[in-house]
Design a protein around this ligand. Structure first.
Ligand code: ADP
Ligand code: ZN
Length: 297
Protein backbone atom coordinates (compact mmCIF):
# COMPACT_ATOMS: atom_id res chain seq x y z
CA UNK A 1 0.00 0.00 0.00
CA UNK A 2 1.20 3.49 -0.78
CA UNK A 3 2.28 5.57 2.17
CA UNK A 4 0.85 9.08 1.97
CA UNK A 5 2.81 12.00 3.31
CA UNK A 6 1.68 15.58 3.75
CA UNK A 7 3.69 18.61 2.66
CA UNK A 8 3.24 22.29 3.50
CA UNK A 9 5.16 25.03 1.75
CA UNK A 10 4.33 27.89 4.08
CA UNK A 11 5.30 31.10 2.30
CA UNK A 12 4.81 34.65 3.50
CA UNK A 13 2.58 35.31 0.49
CA UNK A 14 0.93 31.96 -0.10
CA UNK A 15 0.58 28.51 1.41
CA UNK A 16 0.81 25.40 -0.74
CA UNK A 17 -0.39 22.12 0.76
CA UNK A 18 0.20 18.78 -0.89
CA UNK A 19 -0.06 15.06 -0.45
CA UNK A 20 2.64 12.88 -1.93
CA UNK A 21 4.28 9.51 -1.76
CA UNK A 22 7.75 8.40 -0.70
CA UNK A 23 9.00 8.63 -4.28
CA UNK A 24 8.53 12.39 -4.24
CA UNK A 25 5.42 12.41 -6.40
CA UNK A 26 2.83 15.05 -5.48
CA UNK A 27 -0.61 13.51 -5.92
CA UNK A 28 -2.83 16.34 -4.75
CA UNK A 29 -2.30 20.01 -3.97
CA UNK A 30 -4.06 23.20 -2.94
CA UNK A 31 -2.86 26.78 -2.64
CA UNK A 32 -4.26 29.82 -0.86
CA UNK A 33 -3.02 33.23 0.29
CA UNK A 34 -1.28 33.53 3.67
CA UNK A 35 -3.63 35.40 5.99
CA UNK A 36 -3.67 35.41 9.79
CA UNK A 37 -2.57 32.12 11.40
CA UNK A 38 -6.07 31.08 12.49
CA UNK A 39 -7.57 31.52 9.02
CA UNK A 40 -4.59 29.99 7.22
CA UNK A 41 -4.18 26.98 9.51
CA UNK A 42 -7.90 26.27 9.38
CA UNK A 43 -7.64 25.97 5.59
CA UNK A 44 -4.51 23.86 5.96
CA UNK A 45 -6.20 21.51 8.44
CA UNK A 46 -9.26 21.29 6.24
CA UNK A 47 -7.02 20.11 3.39
CA UNK A 48 -5.45 17.34 5.45
CA UNK A 49 -8.48 16.18 7.48
CA UNK A 50 -9.55 12.67 6.62
CA UNK A 51 -6.65 12.21 4.19
CA UNK A 52 -4.73 9.77 6.42
CA UNK A 53 -1.24 11.13 5.95
CA UNK A 54 1.36 9.27 8.01
CA UNK A 55 3.70 12.24 8.44
CA UNK A 56 3.81 15.90 7.46
CA UNK A 57 6.75 18.05 6.40
CA UNK A 58 6.62 21.83 6.79
CA UNK A 59 8.97 24.26 5.06
CA UNK A 60 8.11 27.61 6.58
CA UNK A 61 8.87 31.27 5.99
CA UNK A 62 10.73 32.69 8.90
CA UNK A 63 12.71 33.33 10.87
CA UNK A 64 11.58 30.21 12.73
CA UNK A 65 12.83 28.21 15.70
CA UNK A 66 14.31 24.92 14.48
CA UNK A 67 16.11 23.93 17.68
CA UNK A 68 14.30 20.88 19.14
CA UNK A 69 15.69 21.68 22.62
CA UNK A 70 14.23 25.18 22.64
CA UNK A 71 10.96 25.93 24.48
CA UNK A 72 9.81 27.81 21.38
CA UNK A 73 10.72 25.03 18.90
CA UNK A 74 8.27 25.16 16.01
CA UNK A 75 7.39 28.82 16.45
CA UNK A 76 7.65 31.54 13.84
CA UNK A 77 9.83 34.11 15.64
CA UNK A 78 10.25 37.71 14.47
CA UNK A 79 8.14 38.22 11.35
CA UNK A 80 6.27 41.49 10.81
CA UNK A 81 3.35 39.51 9.33
CA UNK A 82 0.24 40.22 11.47
CA UNK A 83 -0.45 37.42 13.97
CA UNK A 84 2.51 35.25 13.03
CA UNK A 85 5.14 36.65 15.38
CA UNK A 86 5.77 34.05 18.13
CA UNK A 87 3.04 31.83 16.69
CA UNK A 88 3.35 28.15 17.59
CA UNK A 89 2.90 26.83 14.04
CA UNK A 90 4.25 23.32 14.57
CA UNK A 91 2.55 22.86 17.96
CA UNK A 92 -0.83 23.87 16.54
CA UNK A 93 -0.48 21.39 13.69
CA UNK A 94 0.63 18.59 16.04
CA UNK A 95 -2.36 19.09 18.32
CA UNK A 96 -4.79 18.87 15.42
CA UNK A 97 -3.09 16.15 13.35
CA UNK A 98 -0.87 14.02 15.60
CA UNK A 99 1.65 12.44 13.20
CA UNK A 100 5.47 12.77 12.97
CA UNK A 101 6.53 16.18 11.61
CA UNK A 102 9.50 17.50 9.70
CA UNK A 103 10.02 21.20 10.32
CA UNK A 104 12.51 23.53 8.65
CA UNK A 105 12.84 26.79 6.76
CA UNK A 106 11.22 27.04 3.34
CA UNK A 107 14.63 27.38 1.72
CA UNK A 108 16.24 24.50 3.62
CA UNK A 109 13.27 22.39 2.52
CA UNK A 110 13.78 23.47 -1.10
CA UNK A 111 17.50 22.62 -0.89
CA UNK A 112 16.60 19.15 0.36
CA UNK A 113 13.97 18.67 -2.35
CA UNK A 114 16.47 19.67 -5.04
CA UNK A 115 19.06 17.28 -3.57
CA UNK A 116 16.56 14.40 -3.56
CA UNK A 117 14.83 14.87 -6.89
CA UNK A 118 16.02 18.06 -8.61
CA UNK A 119 19.10 19.88 -9.92
CA UNK A 120 21.33 18.65 -7.07
CA UNK A 121 20.12 15.05 -7.21
CA UNK A 122 22.63 12.70 -5.63
CA UNK A 123 24.76 15.51 -4.20
CA UNK A 124 25.37 16.02 -0.48
CA UNK A 125 26.27 19.72 -0.62
CA UNK A 126 24.14 22.38 -2.23
CA UNK A 127 22.72 25.84 -1.74
CA UNK A 128 19.22 26.95 -2.60
CA UNK A 129 18.59 30.70 -2.93
CA UNK A 130 15.19 32.22 -3.28
CA UNK A 131 15.12 35.75 -4.65
CA UNK A 132 11.57 36.99 -4.26
CA UNK A 133 9.80 39.18 -1.70
CA UNK A 134 12.88 38.54 0.41
CA UNK A 135 16.10 36.64 -0.16
CA UNK A 136 16.66 33.37 1.68
CA UNK A 137 19.24 30.61 1.48
CA UNK A 138 18.92 26.93 2.30
CA UNK A 139 22.13 25.08 3.07
CA UNK A 140 22.73 21.34 2.72
CA UNK A 141 26.17 20.24 3.95
CA UNK A 142 27.29 16.60 3.87
CA UNK A 143 23.68 15.54 3.47
CA UNK A 144 22.36 17.54 6.42
CA UNK A 145 20.41 20.77 6.46
CA UNK A 146 22.36 23.35 8.41
CA UNK A 147 20.80 24.90 11.52
CA UNK A 148 23.59 25.68 13.96
CA UNK A 149 22.89 28.71 16.11
CA UNK A 150 19.50 29.47 14.52
CA UNK A 151 19.46 28.75 10.80
CA UNK A 152 21.38 30.29 7.92
CA UNK A 153 20.26 33.83 7.05
CA UNK A 154 22.29 34.25 3.89
CA UNK A 155 19.82 36.71 2.40
CA UNK A 156 21.23 39.38 4.69
CA UNK A 157 24.93 39.01 3.99
CA UNK A 158 26.71 42.35 3.50
CA UNK A 159 27.26 43.41 -0.11
CA UNK A 160 29.46 46.05 -1.72
CA UNK A 161 27.46 48.71 -3.45
CA UNK A 162 27.62 48.99 -7.24
CA UNK A 163 29.41 52.30 -7.94
CA UNK A 164 26.54 53.56 -10.12
CA UNK A 165 23.73 52.44 -7.80
CA UNK A 166 22.30 55.32 -5.77
CA UNK A 167 19.43 53.32 -4.24
CA UNK A 168 19.36 53.54 -0.44
CA UNK A 169 18.26 49.97 0.12
CA UNK A 170 15.17 48.31 1.46
CA UNK A 171 16.09 46.12 4.43
CA UNK A 172 14.52 47.19 7.73
CA UNK A 173 17.63 45.97 9.55
CA UNK A 174 20.48 46.76 7.14
CA UNK A 175 19.16 49.35 4.68
CA UNK A 176 21.30 49.07 1.58
CA UNK A 177 24.13 47.14 3.21
CA UNK A 178 22.73 43.66 2.66
CA UNK A 179 21.76 41.45 -0.27
CA UNK A 180 18.01 41.48 0.42
CA UNK A 181 18.00 45.26 0.88
CA UNK A 182 19.49 45.71 -2.57
CA UNK A 183 18.34 42.74 -4.64
CA UNK A 184 14.96 41.34 -3.46
CA UNK A 185 11.90 42.01 -5.63
CA UNK A 186 10.72 45.00 -3.54
CA UNK A 187 14.19 46.62 -3.78
CA UNK A 188 14.01 46.40 -7.58
CA UNK A 189 10.52 47.85 -7.54
CA UNK A 190 11.42 50.77 -5.26
CA UNK A 191 14.64 51.55 -7.08
CA UNK A 192 13.06 51.79 -10.52
CA UNK A 193 9.44 52.62 -9.68
CA UNK A 194 8.19 49.46 -11.41
CA UNK A 195 8.05 45.76 -10.81
CA UNK A 196 10.98 43.64 -11.96
CA UNK A 197 9.06 41.77 -14.62
CA UNK A 198 8.53 45.08 -16.44
CA UNK A 199 12.24 45.91 -16.74
CA UNK A 200 13.62 44.95 -20.19
CA UNK A 201 16.51 42.44 -20.25
CA UNK A 202 19.05 45.11 -21.23
CA UNK A 203 18.04 47.39 -18.33
CA UNK A 204 20.81 48.57 -16.00
CA UNK A 205 18.86 47.10 -13.09
CA UNK A 206 19.91 43.59 -14.09
CA UNK A 207 23.58 44.55 -14.03
CA UNK A 208 23.07 45.70 -10.44
CA UNK A 209 21.08 42.57 -9.63
CA UNK A 210 23.82 40.27 -10.93
CA UNK A 211 26.44 42.36 -9.11
CA UNK A 212 24.77 41.78 -5.72
CA UNK A 213 23.74 38.17 -6.18
CA UNK A 214 27.17 37.17 -7.51
CA UNK A 215 28.88 38.64 -4.45
CA UNK A 216 26.73 36.55 -2.12
CA UNK A 217 27.14 33.42 -4.23
CA UNK A 218 30.94 33.86 -4.52
CA UNK A 219 31.22 34.25 -0.73
CA UNK A 220 29.06 31.20 -0.16
CA UNK A 221 31.14 29.14 -2.61
CA UNK A 222 34.32 30.12 -0.78
CA UNK A 223 32.84 29.39 2.63
CA UNK A 224 30.81 26.23 2.05
CA UNK A 225 32.18 24.66 -1.13
CA UNK A 226 28.75 23.65 -2.46
CA UNK A 227 28.55 21.14 -5.33
CA UNK A 228 25.62 23.02 -6.86
CA UNK A 229 24.14 26.50 -6.44
CA UNK A 230 20.44 26.74 -7.23
CA UNK A 231 18.79 30.12 -7.71
CA UNK A 232 14.99 30.24 -7.53
CA UNK A 233 12.18 32.63 -6.62
CA UNK A 234 10.21 35.15 -8.67
CA UNK A 235 13.11 37.42 -9.61
CA UNK A 236 15.10 34.48 -11.02
CA UNK A 237 12.34 33.93 -13.59
CA UNK A 238 14.49 36.46 -15.47
CA UNK A 239 16.59 33.75 -17.11
CA UNK A 240 19.02 36.26 -18.63
CA UNK A 241 20.28 36.85 -15.07
CA UNK A 242 21.90 33.40 -14.98
CA UNK A 243 24.69 34.06 -17.49
CA UNK A 244 25.28 37.49 -15.94
CA UNK A 245 25.60 36.04 -12.44
CA UNK A 246 27.83 33.16 -13.64
CA UNK A 247 30.21 35.57 -15.37
CA UNK A 248 30.34 37.84 -12.36
CA UNK A 249 31.00 34.93 -9.98
CA UNK A 250 33.88 33.80 -12.22
CA UNK A 251 35.24 37.34 -12.28
CA UNK A 252 35.10 37.66 -8.49
CA UNK A 253 36.70 34.25 -7.86
CA UNK A 254 39.28 34.98 -10.56
CA UNK A 255 40.40 31.38 -11.06
CA UNK A 256 41.14 30.79 -7.39
CA UNK A 257 38.77 27.89 -6.74
CA UNK A 258 40.24 25.05 -8.78
CA UNK A 259 37.12 23.20 -9.80
CA UNK A 260 36.07 22.42 -13.36
CA UNK A 261 32.49 23.06 -12.26
CA UNK A 262 33.37 26.73 -11.86
CA UNK A 263 36.16 27.17 -14.40
CA UNK A 264 34.64 25.19 -17.29
CA UNK A 265 31.10 24.08 -16.54
CA UNK A 266 29.56 26.93 -14.63
CA UNK A 267 26.37 26.69 -16.75
CA UNK A 268 25.69 23.42 -14.91
CA UNK A 269 26.85 24.73 -11.54
CA UNK A 270 24.75 27.87 -10.97
CA UNK A 271 21.34 26.75 -12.15
CA UNK A 272 17.58 27.24 -11.81
CA UNK A 273 15.63 24.75 -9.66
CA UNK A 274 15.34 21.38 -11.39
CA UNK A 275 11.90 21.03 -9.81
CA UNK A 276 10.85 24.51 -10.93
CA UNK A 277 8.10 25.98 -8.78
CA UNK A 278 7.68 22.60 -7.05
CA UNK A 279 11.01 22.79 -5.21
CA UNK A 280 9.50 24.09 -1.97
CA UNK A 281 6.58 21.65 -1.84
CA UNK A 282 8.74 18.68 -2.87
CA UNK A 283 11.20 19.74 -0.18
CA UNK A 284 8.47 19.79 2.44
CA UNK A 285 7.51 16.30 1.27
CA UNK A 286 11.15 15.22 1.72
CA UNK A 287 11.05 16.61 5.27
CA UNK A 288 7.91 14.57 5.94
CA UNK A 289 9.53 11.42 4.55
CA UNK A 290 12.55 11.99 6.81
CA UNK A 291 10.27 12.46 9.82
CA UNK A 292 8.51 9.17 9.10
CA UNK A 293 11.88 7.45 8.69
CA UNK A 294 13.04 8.74 12.08
CA UNK A 295 9.97 7.23 13.72
CA UNK A 296 9.85 3.92 11.93
CA UNK A 297 13.53 3.53 11.04
P1 ADP B 1 7.51 35.07 -2.47
O1 ADP B 1 8.93 35.48 -2.29
O2 ADP B 1 6.55 36.06 -1.86
O3 ADP B 1 7.24 33.67 -2.06
P2 ADP B 1 8.04 35.22 -5.32
O4 ADP B 1 9.22 34.33 -5.25
O5 ADP B 1 7.13 35.10 -6.50
O6 ADP B 1 7.13 35.10 -4.03
O7 ADP B 1 8.59 36.70 -5.27
C1 ADP B 1 7.80 37.83 -5.46
C2 ADP B 1 8.72 38.97 -5.87
O8 ADP B 1 9.39 38.61 -7.08
C3 ADP B 1 7.99 40.27 -6.17
O9 ADP B 1 8.75 41.34 -5.66
C4 ADP B 1 7.89 40.31 -7.68
O10 ADP B 1 7.89 41.63 -8.19
C5 ADP B 1 9.13 39.56 -8.11
N1 ADP B 1 8.90 38.84 -9.36
C6 ADP B 1 7.96 37.88 -9.57
N2 ADP B 1 8.01 37.45 -10.85
C7 ADP B 1 8.99 38.16 -11.45
C8 ADP B 1 9.54 38.17 -12.79
N3 ADP B 1 9.06 37.37 -13.74
N4 ADP B 1 10.55 39.00 -13.02
C9 ADP B 1 11.04 39.80 -12.07
N5 ADP B 1 10.57 39.86 -10.82
C10 ADP B 1 9.56 39.04 -10.51
ZN1 ZN C 1 19.16 42.78 5.70
Amino acid sequence: MTVLIGAIEAGGTKFVCGIGNDRGEILERASFPTETPDVTLERTLEFFRGRNVEAIGIGSFGPIDVNPDSPTYGHVTTTPKPGWKDFDFLGTMKREIPVPYGWDTDVNAAALGEARWGAARGLSNCLYYTVGTGVGVGVLVEGRLVHGLVHPEGGHVPVRRHPEDAFGGNCPYHGGDCLEGMAAGPAIERRWGMKGHLLPPDHKGWVFEAHYLAQAVASAILLLSPQKVILGGGVMKQMHLFPMIRREVQRLLNGYVQAKEILERIDDYIVPPGLGDNAGLAGALALGIEALGRRTG
